[in-house]
Every structure is written in structure tokens, then in C-alpha cells.
Design a protein around this ligand. Structure first.
Ligand SMILES: Nc1nc2c(c(=O)[nH]1)N[C@H]1C(S)=C(S)[C@@H](COP(=O)(O)OP(=O)(O)OC[C@H]3O[C@@H](n4cnc5c(=O)[nH]c(N)nc54)[C@H](O)[C@@H]3O)O[C@H]1N2
Ligand SMILES: Nc1nc2c(c(=O)[nH]1)N[C@H]1C(S)=C(S)[C@@H](COP(=O)(O)OP(=O)(O)OC[C@H]3O[C@@H](n4cnc5c(=O)[nH]c(N)nc54)[C@H](O)[C@@H]3O)O[C@H]1N2
Ligand code: SF4
Ligand SMILES: [Mo]
Length: 881
């Protein structure tokens, strides 16, 4: 056999996206679900299965850039070290800050935390987990005495009542959703609590379209109901808990009756009672919660209101009975384990845990660690804005997009004397403000571990060479640490060295007080680390079954008892008012990951929702004189957002939903965070990202257009509205303008030269032009007054792949519609690229169920994320008959 046709080795690794933490078998050209991984047992969602499509060298940051100039590593490391040393000398250690990420591997995170807190001695280390999990962390600590998730994924299958609170798992945790779907059985019930009807509601027996921000009232009311119906487990409370009486009386004054709950939460009384009855009846209940709970000015209270009901009924850490916080990022848990949050120190020890500061300092062999907690993300960026932070090192997060009031964040970054950004991608909204850019190795190029929502530690493994000068984050941080003179503490040669140290610290002077203990992994050899199978913590000599915590009713508090927390009635802090009458809800879409730096590289993933949008209730659309399919502007006190209006009966009236993903790299004015403000939960510091306030008005477009240009041609045009859509073979934009255009004279700039085919109908506001080169399509522009009259990109893209444009396509280009009429329509199934029009046609031919459509078109048969959408097309078709 020759070396050239050798197949690349398949590597078992873990998906770098959501906190489900699916195992994958990966090669550079394919990703498959790993059947042996306990999180997914072979399943994958569309983002996981498209991972190999995102591994392109396009747009990668490949070399360090220091003050605008490419530089070699020794110079870049020396410059970072110099800036840190000077800042500490002149302004003290607190003037240096780190802003880290739940997307770092545990080893990266550990080293960054150790350098900051142990050696630079700044407490100012926080992470984007502040925006994500910190309310759940705070709730866990209040209730259980530690940041401990009691349950596991199997509980989602074992539960007879599944409550999904503020979670759109169908889109955000798709493989867990698939597991919930697959475990449906007669008698198993699902309740979804979400102001919007989402794809997740497809699984719901009861959907509570709650008034945003009032979840504490709903769960306080539940506690009262449980007490009044005598379904409280008094034995469990007496043996293992404290705080029940106070919590119940607080609940009684906040939510005295189902009628009061119904009124405050704006829910039908019978639905409230049904939920309460089901919860009271069913011992095997899991309440899974996510950002609808955490991202709130009452986030910690919402978490504890949920946990109170579970403690009161003894449903914690039992098979099929637990509260279960769904973590967002792949290593949100790992970051919490190493102590990446500003108020934590290391290895689940806080600054105020007795003896912790001294213990950690001794373990790290450093003189001291900071005296107390540092600033949380929003405060930290306020300090940057005030000029108190002189050096800010941002790793694996994009705060210019993801923090609220982005205009202030960007100004703060500009004011900061030294901003260091470690990222894999060259152009991000944050990188634009960097003084020093450090090229990080990305997924597939680095080794380490991540911990998923059920405390399962899995290996990410490398199967690609390092591109350019990119280096793993642990390597970069260690190099800087050594340049600062800390050789001994940072002489790591490989991630395994770091992992062993982290595992040793977790067990160091830990006689069972700290539940996070993985000392059983502290002696792994390099080879054993290489082969490490997924394992749930704790991992100690004593731990035998780590699937669930608190199975013996002992908690991590000083007296071993769990605490019920009295929850006052806190209503939404920011109600709509005359100036800003609409509530802006923000969240995720199925096929994109956060700020799109990776997922937008796959044209398949960008096809489902190709541009920013605003989901609006049809009655509001009418009342505000908007047009579905046209553009509109949301304006808040902080900024504005332009997106396509989608008619959404799933919305409550007076509330709109926008996606969080778009940013300046992909559109002109599509930042969701321009609409939310810096109001945070008083305990966790987590921003209230789900409740902006805004006005909504029609965006007065004179024309709508679509531009496709063969890849990498120079860009010499401007439009009031643009959104980039990545397509095979060409660059592509959805555009619109507010002024009439003289297209004939403007078009050479748009197409990069004179067009050969031109059609203009001034009366209809229609213009078409195409430029050919050697008979092949080079660029095409389609403009129309009516956005619905523009052709589908599928067809336009097919014109680009023709070696010579045929006559029919030429005619089609001028008429601006597909010649053969077999347009797939809007994409529904990303895995098999099936559009709504194809599905509608198949329904017309008699395919009358999800299964029948799957047999005919394959749609919905891979990851299943699109099944709720397929179902709604089926319903719409039946209704229209
Ligand atoms: N496709 C995709 N998946 C992802 C991510 C991604 O970017 N893309 N990101 C990952 C990350 S980091 C995270 S944190 C998770 C987030 O996962 P989720 O929390 O499930 O996702 P979100 O869309 O942010 O918000 C969930 C729901 O909260 C609802 N909500 C808003 N306000 C309230 C309220 O007051 N009460 C209640 N009960 N609900 C409310 C919203 O309508 C929304 O449907 O997703 C992870 N998975
Ligand atoms: N309004 C509103 N705001 C929100 C939210 C919301 O629902 N609504 N959700 C919040 C939540 S839950 C989250 S988690 C945040 C997410 O927000 P961010 O963390 O800002 O978003 P990402 O796009 O994931 O940023 C990760 C960055 O790290 C880079 N990267 C990827 N891998 C690596 C690596 O290995 N090393 C390095 N150094 N860099 C890497 C990526 O290219 C990218 O630029 O947004 C928060 N903001
Ligand atoms: S469910 Fe999450 S971890 Fe699993 S493949 Fe999808 S994005 Fe990756
Ligand atoms: Mo998150």
C-alpha cells in the first residue's frame, strides 16, 4: 500500500459546542456520533455533524499580531509579559484582568487561573460563564453548599414528569432533547415553561407561556400548593434540610394562591393548577432549567425557587428526580471546577472557604493568593471603562458582542491601554479592539478535557496539525508565565501534566468536605490520559457510583443539610413603558453557535436562518404596520437592531424575539446585545439578557436585493442594510437600501465590472444584472421593490457552478426566477438540505406524517432537530385543506 491513499485515522473526541458534551469519531473530512459515549450514544445534532465543514483555514488567525504588526512568538510573549509587569509595578496586580471562557479546555483554564490568582495575584479573573451559568452556580451554592449538579442525563429519561423551565432544548441541547423524545411513553408528561412557544414545546403536554421574569412566582405558588395538598416530604425535610418554614411563609406572601399566580404570571388558572397537580402527584420529576431562568435579574432566586420545590418533596439526587441545570458551553462545568469565576478561587474552593487561601497558595508553592474575590464581568468592564484596568487579556470569548450595552463595552476596550485577545479567528468584533492578538489552536488541533452538564469529564483529542503559528491556550499562558519569571510553576510539557496537577489539587487536604474531588485521576500516566474514557466526578478511591450526588441526603453545607431559601416576590425589574413598549427576548437558533465565528463557515448551517430576524406576534405586526418578510428596526436606550420581520404566533403580544448570533462581521446592525442593558442579578452578577425594552418600527426600504460574487473579489459597494451569507463558490449578501438608486451607473461597482446581462423595469422597481467571464457567471445582482419577488439562492448558486451559463439560465437570471421551478424553498432540514417547498409538495402528494416525509425526502431522519418544524408544516397543510 502506498502512503497516499491511506485513510486518515479516526479519533474519539468531544464536540466543542454545547454542554451536552457529545462524543464524536472525527477525521478531517467527517464527524460521526460515538456510540460508546454516555452523553449521546452515537447521536449527534446538525452542528456536531457539520463540524468538519467549519475546519477551513479561511479567516484563521495564524500569527501573533503586536500593535498591528505580525510578529514571532518570542517577541509577542515578551511584549505581553512586559505590559503585565509594568502594570503591576505601576498600578498594582489588580490592574491586570483576565476574561476567560467556558470554551477553554480545563487545562487551559487551570493554567490561566493559576497564573492570574497565584502569580500575578490579581483577583480580577472572570469568565463568560458569568453571562451563562452564574445564577445556577449561586443557587446551587445557596441550596447545596457547593456548585453541585445532583442529577444526570439518565434522569431526563427516567422522569415521569419533565419540567423544562426557560430551556429551548430542541435547539440548544438537541441531543438531550432527542433523548427526551426517545424516552416518551404513556404516562410520561412534559411541561415547558417559556414565554414563547418554541420547537421544544412540540414535546410538551402543557406549555406555560409565562409572563417573562415571573418564574419565582410560579414556583413559590407551587411550594404553597405542595404544602396545602400535603405532598411535602416532611421526613426528608426533617432529616436533611433546613429553612422550609421560612421559605413557605415567604412563598405564601409572594404567591398565596393559584389565582394570584395565574394573574401575576398571566397564565390560564386551569393550566397553573394542572402543572401543580402533576408536580404534586409525580415523585419522579426532573426540572431542567437554562437561560430563561439564569439570565434574569432574579436568576438566582428563580433557581432556588425551583430547588425549594424539589427539596420539599425529597426529589434531589434520586433516579428520575432532581433539579438539573443545563449548562451552555462545552466546558462551563470545567471552568467552574478550576475556579474561573471571580468569586471562586480554585478547585471548588472560594476565597472565604476556611483555610482555602492558605491551602491553595501552599499547593501552588506561591507566597499568597489575593485576599478576596475580584470583579464580576459587568463590573469588570465598568472598571475597564473607568480606566482602573490597564491590561485585559481576553481568551476564547467575544465580549464586544456578548456583553450587554455593547457600545460601552467597545468604548471600554478602546480606552484600555493593553487589550490582549487570544482567538482562533482573525476578525472578530473584539479582535478589532486588540493591541495584541495571539493565535490559538482550535478544536481538533489541541488536547485536553471538558466537563459536561452531568459532571462527565471527556477528552478532546487532536487530529489536525497546528495551522501557522497557532498554539494551544495552555502553551501560550505558560510561555507568558515563564517570561514573567515563574518557571517552576509553569514548566508543563503537555496537557496531561496540567490535568494531573488539577486532579491533585481537588484532593489536596480534602477529607470529603469538597465534593469536587477527582484525585482518583491524579496519577494517570501520559498514556492513560491519552486513553481516558468519559468519567463522571467525583472520582476518588471511595466513590463507586458518581451518577448522582446527595443520594444519602448529605449535602456540602457545614452541617450537611440542604437549605430552602425564602424567595421574595420579585417582579420583572424592567417593565415595558411608554418610551419602550416592547419586551425584547434574546436567544439561540438551531444551527448557529454564538457569535458565528465557526458555524457561519458552513453554508449548510447558515441556510436555516440566513440573516438577523425579529419574531413578532401577527397582531403586533398589524398594530405596528409592519410587513412580514420586510425589514424593521428595534430601538432601545442603548442602540438598535435591524432584522427581517417574521410573523410568529408563538410570541406573546408585546414581546419580540431576536437571535443573539449576528454581529458586525456578518451584518450591519444586528447586535442583540445593543438592546439589553447591564442590569444584573444582585447575587450572581448575571445580566438580564432575556429582557430588553425597545420600540419597533418599519424600516423604510426602497429596494431589496441579493448580490452574489465569485469568492474573494474586491468589494466596492455599500448598502444601508446587508447580511452576509456564506455560500459554496461565492460571496453573497442580502441587501436593502433606503434611497432610490441609479442602478445602471452603480452596477459596475457592485459586480466588479460591466455586466453583460441587464434588465431594468423602473416602474416595478426591478433591476437584474449579471457579469460573465468566459461564459461563466462571475457576479449577479437582483433588486426588487418587493422582497418576496427575489429568487432563491439555491438556484443562483447552481448558476455559479455551471462551467458555462446555459441559455435557459441566462433567461432565468434576467427574469430572476428559477427556470425549472424546482426550488426547494426555505431550508428546514439542514442535514439533508430539504426546504419547506419540497416538504409542502410531498405533503400534497400524500406524505401525511413526519415518518412518511422522512421516508420520501429523508428530512428529519438524522439529528431530528427539524422535526418540530416539519410537524408545523403538516399542521398548516391540514388546516389549509
Ligand atoms: N444552537 C445553539 N445551541 C446552543 C448555543 C448556541 O449558541 N446555539 N449555546 C449554548 C449555550 S452557551 C447556552 S447558555 C445554551 C442556552 O440554552 P437555552 O437556555 O435553552 O437557550 P436560549 O435560547 O438562550 O433561551 C431559552 C429560552 O428561555 C426563554 N425565556 C426568556 N425569558 C424567560 C423567562 O422569563 N422565563 C422562562 N421560563 N423562560 C424565558 C426564551 O424564550 C428561550 O426560548 O445553549 C447552548 N446551546
Ligand atoms: N443578549 C444576550 N446576550 C448573551 C446571551 C443571550 O442569550 N442573550 N447569552 C450569553 C451566553 S449564555 C454566553 S455563553 C455568551 C457567549 O458569548 P461569547 O463567548 O462571546 O461567544 P463565542 O462566539 O462563543 O466566543 C468564543 C470565541 O472564542 C473563539 N475560540 C473558539 N475556540 C477557541 C479556543 O480554543 N481558544 C481560543 N483562545 N479561542 C477560541 C471563537 O472564535 C470566538 O471568537 O453570550 C452571552 N450573551
Ligand atoms: S448536542 Fe451539543 S454537544 Fe451534541 S453534537 Fe450537538 S452541539 Fe455538539
Ligand atoms: Mo452560555
Amino acid at each position: 500500500m502506498t502512503g497516499t491513499n491511506k485513510k486518515p485515522a479516526t479519533v474519539q473526541t468531544t464536540c466543542p459546542y454545547c454542554g451536552v458534551g457529545c462524543g464524536l469519531s472525527a477525521t478531517p473530512s467527517a464527524t460521526r456520533g460515538d456510540e460508546t459515549h454516555p452523553a449521546n450514544l452515537g447521536r449527534l445534532c446538525v452542528k456536531g455533524s457539520a463540524l468538519h465543514e467549519t475546519l477551513t483555514p479561511d479567516g484563521r488567525l495564524l500569527r501573533p499580531v503586536v500593535h498591528g504588526r505580525e510578529s514571532a512568538w518570542p517577541q509577542a510573549v515578551a511584549e505581553v509579559a512586559r505590559r503585565i509587569r509594568e502594570s503591576v509595578a505601576l498600578h498594582g496586580p489588580g490592574s491586570v484582568a483576565f476574561y476567560l471562557s467556558g470554551q477553554l479546555l480545563t487545562e487551559d483554564y487551570y493554567v490561566a487561573n493559576k497564573l492570574a490568582k497565584g502569580f500575578i495575584r490579581t483577583p480580577n479573573v472572570d469568565t463568560n460563564s458569568r453571562l451563562c451559568m452564574s445564577s445556577a452556580v449561586a443557587a446551587h451554592k445557596r441550596a447545596f453548599g457547593g456548585d453541585l449538579v445532583p442529577g444526570c442525563y439518565e434522569d431526563l429519561e427516567l422522569a415521569n414528569l419533565l419540567v423544562l423551565a426557560g430551556s429551548n432544548a430542541a435547539w440548544a441541547h438537541p441531543v438531550l432533547y432527542q433523548r427526551m423524545q426517545a424516552s416518551a411513553r404513556p404516562g410520561r408528561r412534559v411541561v415547558v415553561i417559556d414565554p414563547r412557544k418554541t420547537a421544544t414545546s412540540d414535546l410538551a403536554d402543557l406549555h406555560l407561556a409565562i409572563r417573562p421574569g415571573t418564574d419565582t412566582v410560579l414556583f413559590n405558588g407551587l411550594l404553597v400548593w405542595l404544602a396545602d395538598q400535603q405532598t411535602v416530604d416532611h421526613g426528608y425535610l426533617a432529616d436533611h434540610c433546613e429553612g422550609f418554614d421560612d421559605s413557605l411563609s415567604a412563598a405564601r406572601s409572594a404567591a398565596p394562591s393559584p389565582e394570584a399566580v395565574s394573574r401575576i404570571c398571566e397564565l390560564p388558572l386551569e393550566d397553573v393548577i394542572t402543572f401543580y397537580r402533576w408536580f404534586a402527584e409525580e415523585q419522579r420529576t426532573v426540572t431542567a432549567f437554562s437561560q430563561g431562568i439564569n439570565q434574569s435579574s432574579a436568576g438566582t432566586d428563580k433557581g432556588n425557587a425551583i430547588i425549594n420545590c424539589h427539596l420539599a418533596t425529597g426529589r434531589v439526587g434520586k433516579p428520575g428526580a432532581s433539579p438539573l441545570s443545563l449548562t451552555g458551553q462545552p466546558n462551563a462545568m470545567g471552568g467552574r471546577e478550576v475556579g474561573g469565576l471571580a468569586n471562586t478561587l480554585a478547585a471548588h474552593m472560594d476565597y472565604d472557604s476556611p483555610g482555602a487561601r492558605d491551602r491553595v497558595a501552599r499547593f501552588w508553592e506561591t507566597e499568597a493568593v489575593p485576599d478576596g474575590p475580584g470583579m464580576k464581568a459587568v463590573d469588570l468592564f465598568d472598571a475597564v471603562e473607568r480606566g482602573d484596568i490597564k491590561v485585559l487579556w481576553i481568551m476564547a470569548t467575544n465580549p464586544a458582542v456578548s456583553l450587554p450595552e455593547t457600545h460601552r463595552i467597545r468604548r471600554a476596550l478602546d480606552l484600555c491601554p493593553t487589550v490582549i485577545v487570544s482567538d482562533c479567528v482573525r476578525d472578530t468584533d473584539t479582535a478589532r479592539h486588540a493591541d495584541i492578538l495571539l493565535p490559538a489552536a482550535g478544536w481538533g488541533e489541541k488536547d485536553g478535557t471538558v466537563t459536561n452538564s452531568e459532571r462527565c469529564i471527556s477528552r478532546q483529542r487532536r487530529f489536525l496539525p497546528l495551522p501557522g503559528e497557532a498554539r494551544p491556550d495552555w502553551w501560550i499562558v505558560s510561555a507568558v508565565a515563564r517570561a514573567l519569571g515563574h518557571q517552576a510553576g509553569f514548566d508543563y510539557e503537555r496537557p496531561a501534566d496540567i490535568f494531573r496537577e488539577h486532579a491533585r489539587l481537588s484532593g489536596f487536604e480534602n477529607a470529603g468536605q469538597r465534593f469536587f474531588d477527582i484525585s482518583g485521576l491524579a496519577e494517570l500516566s501520559n498514556e492513560q490520559y491519552e486513553l481516558l474514557e468519559p468519567v463522571q466526578w467525583p472520582v476518588t478511591a471511595a466513590a463507586s457510583d458518581s451518577r448522582r450526588l446527595f443520594t444519602d441526603g448529605r449535602f456540602a453545607t457545614a452541617n450537611g443539610r440542604a437549605r430552602l431559601i425564602p424567595i421574595a416576590s420579585r417582579l420583572p425589574a424592567r417593565n415595558p413603558n411608554e418610551a419602550f413598549p416592547l419586551i425584547v427576548n434574546t436567544g439561540r437558533i438551531r444551527d448557529q453557535w454564538h457569535t458565528m465565528t465557526r458555524t457561519a463557515r458552513s453554508s449548510r448551517l447558515l441556510a436555516h436562518r440566513p440573516e438577523p430576524f425579529i419574531e413578532v406576534h401577527p397582531e403586533d405586526i398589524r398594530a405596528l404596520s409592519l410587513t412580514p418578510g420586510a425589514l424593521a428596526t428595534l430601538k432601545s436606550a442603548h442602540g438598535h437592531f435591524v432584522g427581517r420581520v417574521r410573523s410568529a404566533p408563538e410570541q406573546r403580544r408585546g414581546e419580540v424575539f431576536v437571535p443573539i448570533h449576528w454581529n458586525d462581521q456578518f451584518t450591519g446592525q444586528g447586535l442583540a446585545t445593543a438592546l439589553t442593558d447591564s442590569l444584573v442579578d444582585p447575587i450572581s452578577g448575571q445580566p438580564e439578557a432575556k429582557q430588553g425594552r425597545a420600540t419597533l418600527t418599519h424600516w423604510p426600504a426602497r429596494w431589496y436585493g441579493r448580490l452574489l460574487v465569485r469568492r474573494d473579489r474586491p468589494k466596492r459597494w455599500k448598502a444601508d442594510y446587508w447580511a452576509q451569507q456564506v455560500l459554496p463558490d461565492c460571496d453573497s449578501w442580502i441587501v436593502a437600501g433606503q434611497c432610490n438608486m441609479d442602478w445602471k451607473s452603480a452596477v459596475p461597482d457592485w459586480l466588479g465590472g460591466q455586466p453583460q446581462l441587464v434588465m431594468e423595469d423602473v416602474r416595478e422597481g426591478r433591476f437584474r444584472a449579471a457579469r460573465l467571464r468566459n461564459g461563466q457567471l462571475e457576479a449577479v445582482l437582483m433588486v426588487d421593490r418587493d422582497p418576496a419577488a427575489l429568487p432563491s439562492v439555491d438556484w443562483l448558486v447552481s448558476c455559479f457552478s455551471q462551467p458555462e451559463l446555459d441559455e435557459a439560465s441566462r433567461r432565468g437570471l434576467l427574469a430572476a426566477k428559477a427556470v425549472d421551478g424546482d426550488d426547494a424553498g426555505n431550508l428546514v432540514c439542514s442535514c439533508f438540505q430539504v426546504g419547506d417547498r419540497q416538504i409542502q409538495q410531498a405533503i400534497g402528494r400524500g406524505a401525511n406524517s413526519v415518518d412518511a416525509l422522512g421516508r420520501e425526502l429523508k428530512c428529519g431522519t438524522n439529528c431530528g432537530s427539524c422535526v418540530p418544524e416539519i410537524r408545523s408544516l403538516l399542521v398548516a397543510a391540514t388546516e389549509s385543506v
